[in-house]
Design a binder for this molecule. Structure first.
Ligand SMILES: NC(=O)c1ccc[n+]([C@@H]2O[C@H](COP(=O)([O-])OP(=O)(O)OC[C@H]3O[C@@H](n4cnc5c(N)ncnc54)[C@H](O)[C@@H]3O)[C@@H](O)[C@H]2O)c1
Length: 480
C-alpha cells in the first residue's frame, strides 16, 4: 500500500511538472500571439492566393530578357538550377535562433510558381526569343536548341520607340500613331489582348529595354492630368518607357524598371500606381560592379576605415554596352551608379573618413567581350593614423547571368505585392531596394543602398506580411 501510495505520489508529481510545462508553453504561445498581433494588427488572410497563371510582359527582348525567359524554361524542364534567385533558393528565419524554423521563402509566402509564368514582349527588332537569345550570345547554343520550340513561340509585339531616346539602335518593328496618347492606347490594347489570349489571371510589366537618354522631370510629369495633356500634345519630354508605364498602370498592372531611366520614378506614376493599386519599383538592376560596391562599402564604414578614392571602369561588348556608348544614355547610367557611395558612406556624418573621396565611373564599349563584362575597381582606403592602403577588384562577370535571377525575383515579389492588401495601394515598393542600383523611395526619403540592410528590409517585410515577429538581431533573450 505504502509503495503504491509512494508511486502514485511520484506519478502525480511528474504529472504536475508536465502540466506546469504545458501551461508554460501555452502561455508562451499566447504571449507570442499577443506581441505578434500588437505589432501586426493586419488580419490573417490579407494576401490573396497565387491562383491561375501570371503573365509577364517585357518591353525589350534583349540579353537580360532572353536569359531570364530561357532560364525559367530550362529550370522548368529540370535542365538547370535557379542559382542567384532569393525567392527560389533563399530561406527566411522565423522566431528565435533556437526555434529551428527557416522555411524557404517560396514556401513561406504564396508566390507564383515557375510553371505559372507565361511571357510576352515588345521589341523594335522582329527576332523571336530564340533568335534574340542566340544573338545575345549569353547562353550556350546547345541549351537554347533544347528550348527552341518554346522560345520561338515568344514573338515581339511592335514597340513604342523614339530614336532620340536611344541613339545607337534603330529597328523596323515600331508602332505608328499620331500622338503619344495613341501609342499608349495601342499598348493598352496589347495588354488586354495578351490577357485574353493567354488566359492569365494576373499581369506584370518588367522593363528590360535599353537605357534611354538622360532627362530631368518637368511639369509634364507632375500629375496624371498634366501627363495626359502632354501625351496628347506629343511632348518631347515623354520617353517611350513612360508610355509603357502609363499604359500598364492604367490597366492596373504593376511595373518594375530594370534600367536607370526615370520611367516610373515620377509623381504622375506614383499617383497612378496608388490610384489603380498597381505597385511600382526601380531603378536599374543591381548586378556586377555596383553589387560589389554595396557589399564592400558597408564593410569599410562598419570598421571606420576611410576612403580617399574609388575608380571604377568597365569594358563590355553587348548591345547594352553599345547603347551606353552614347553620352545621353551613359549619363543616365552614370547618375545611377554614382549615387551609391555617397548614401552608404554618409560623408556628412563622417567628414574625416569620407568628406574628401573621389568617385569616378567609366564604361567603355569593347565588342570582343560581348556580355562577359570586366569591371575593375581601384579602391584607395586609409586606416589607423591615416596610413593608406589599396584594394583592387577585377570582376570578370556575366552581366545577364547576374541580372536574370533578379528579374525572376522581381516578377514574383511584385506580383505578391499586388495580391497583398497592405502593399498594393502604397505605390513604391521600397522593400525591393535589394535588387536596384538606384532604389526608388517615397519623396524626400534617401534610399538605402547597403545590401545587408536591404536584405533585412526585404525579409522583415515578408515576416510582417505573414504576421511573424520581426528580427532585430538584439538577441539579449538568449542570455536571460
Ligand atoms: N546586368 C545587366 O545586364 C544589367 C544591369 C542593370 C541594368 N541593365 C539594364 O537592363 C536593360 C536591358 O539590358 P540588356 O543587356 O538586355 O540590353 P539589350 O540591348 O540586349 O536589350 C535591350 C532591348 O531593348 C530593346 N528596346 C529598346 N528600346 C525599346 C523600346 N522602346 N521598346 C521595346 N524594346 C526596346 C532593344 O531593341 C533591345 O533588344 C538596359 O537598360 C540595361 O542598362 C542591365
Amino acid at each position: 500500500m505504502a509503495t503504491r501510495n509512494k508511486s502514485a505520489k511520484k506519478k502525480s508529481g511528474k504529472d504536475r511538472s508536465a502540466e506546469i510545462e504545458k501551461a508554460g508553453a501555452a502561455l508562451r504561445i499566447q504571449v507570442r500571439e499577443y506581441v505578434k498581433n500588437r505589432d501586426n494588427p493586419q488580419p490573417e488572410g490579407t494576401i490573396e492566393p497565387a491562383k491561375g497563371k501570371l503573365g509577364v510582359m517585357i518591353p525589350g527582348m534583349g540579353a537580360v530578357a532572353t536569359t531570364f525567359v530561357a532560364g525559367v524554361e530550362a529550370i522548368r524542364k529540370g535542365l538547370a538550377k535557379p542559382i542567384g534567385s532569393l525567392t527560389q533558393m533563399g530561406t527566411v528565419r522565423l522566431g528565435k535562433r533556437t526555434d529551428g524554423r527557416s522555411p524557404k521563402i517560396k514556401e513561406f509566402v504564396p508566390l507564383a510558381t515557375l510553371d505559372d509564368l507565361v511571357f510576352t514582349g515588345w521589341d523594335i527588332y522582329n527576332d523571336n526569343m530564340y533568335e534574340a537569345a542566340s544573338n545575345a550570345g549569353v547562353l550556350d547554343q546547345r541549351l537554347l536548341d533544347q528550348l527552341k520550340p518554346f522560345l520561338s513561340s515568344v514573338t515581339p509585339r511592335a514597340a513604342v520607340f523614339d530614336h532620340n531616346y536611344v541613339k545607337k539602335i534603330d529597328g523596323p518593328n515600331v508602332k505608328k500613331g499620331k500622338t503619344k496618347m495613341d501609342l499608349a492606347e495601342q499598348l493598352r490594347d496589347d495588354i488586354r489582348d495578351f490577357k485574353k489570349t493567354s488566359g492569365v489571371s494576373r499581369l506584370i510589366t518588367m522593363w528590360c529595354g535599353s537605357t534611354e537618354s538622360f532627362i530631368a522631370p518637368t511639369a509634364a510629369h507632375q500629375s496624371v492630368k498634366a501627363f495626359e495633356k502632354a501625351l496628347r500634345e506629343n511632348d518631347e519630354m515623354i520617353a517611350p518607357s513612360m508610355i509603357y508605364a502609363y499604359a500598364s498602370l492604367m490597366e492596373g498592372v504593376p511595373f518594375a524598371n530594370g534600367a536607370p531611366n526615370l520611367t516610373v520614378d515620377l509623381p504622375v506614376m506614383l499617383e497612378l500606381s496608388r490610384k489603380n493599386e498597381a505597385p511600382i519599383c526601380g531603378k536599374d538592376f543591381k548586378t556586377g560592379q555596383t553589387l560589389m560596391k554595396t557589399i564592400l562599402a558597408p564593410g569599410f564604414k562598419a570598421r571606420m576605415l576611410g576612403l580617399s578614392g574609388w575608380f571604377s571602369t568597365n569594358i563590355l561588348g553587348n548591345r547594352d554596352g553599345e547603347v551606353l556608348d552614347d553620352p545621353g544614355s551613359f549619363k543616365t547610367k552614370e547618375e545611377s551608379k554614382l549615387s551609391v557611395l555617397e548614401h552608404i558612406l554618409q560623408p556628412e556624418l563622417y567628414p574625416e573618413l569620407y568628406g574628401d573621396m573621389y568617385h569616378k565611373v567609366r564604361i567603355n564599349y569593347y565588342p570582343p567581350r560581348g556580355d562577359n563584362k570586366e569591371g575593375w575597381d581601384n579602391i584607395d582606403i586609409f586606416g589607423w593614423l591615416g596610413y593608406p592602403m589599396q584594394i583592387k577588384v577585377d570582376f570578370l562577370c556575366r552581366d545577364s547571368i547576374l541580372a536574370a535571377p533578379i528579374v525572376l525575383d522581381l516578377v514574383l515579389l511584385v506580383d505578391l505585392a499586388k495580391r497583398s492588401a497592405e502593399l498594393k495601394g502604397i505605390g513604391i515598393q521600397e522593400w525591393l531596394s535589394f535588387y536596384f542600383k538606384s532604389p526608388m523611395t517615397a519623396p524626400g526619403l534617401y534610399p538605402e543602398h547597403d545590401l545587408f540592410i536591404q536584405l533585412m528590409k526585404l525579409k522583415n517585410t515578408l515576416r510582417h506580411l505573414k504576421g511573424e515577429e520581426l528580427i532585430t538581431h538584439l538577441g539579449l533573450e538568449y542570455y536571460d
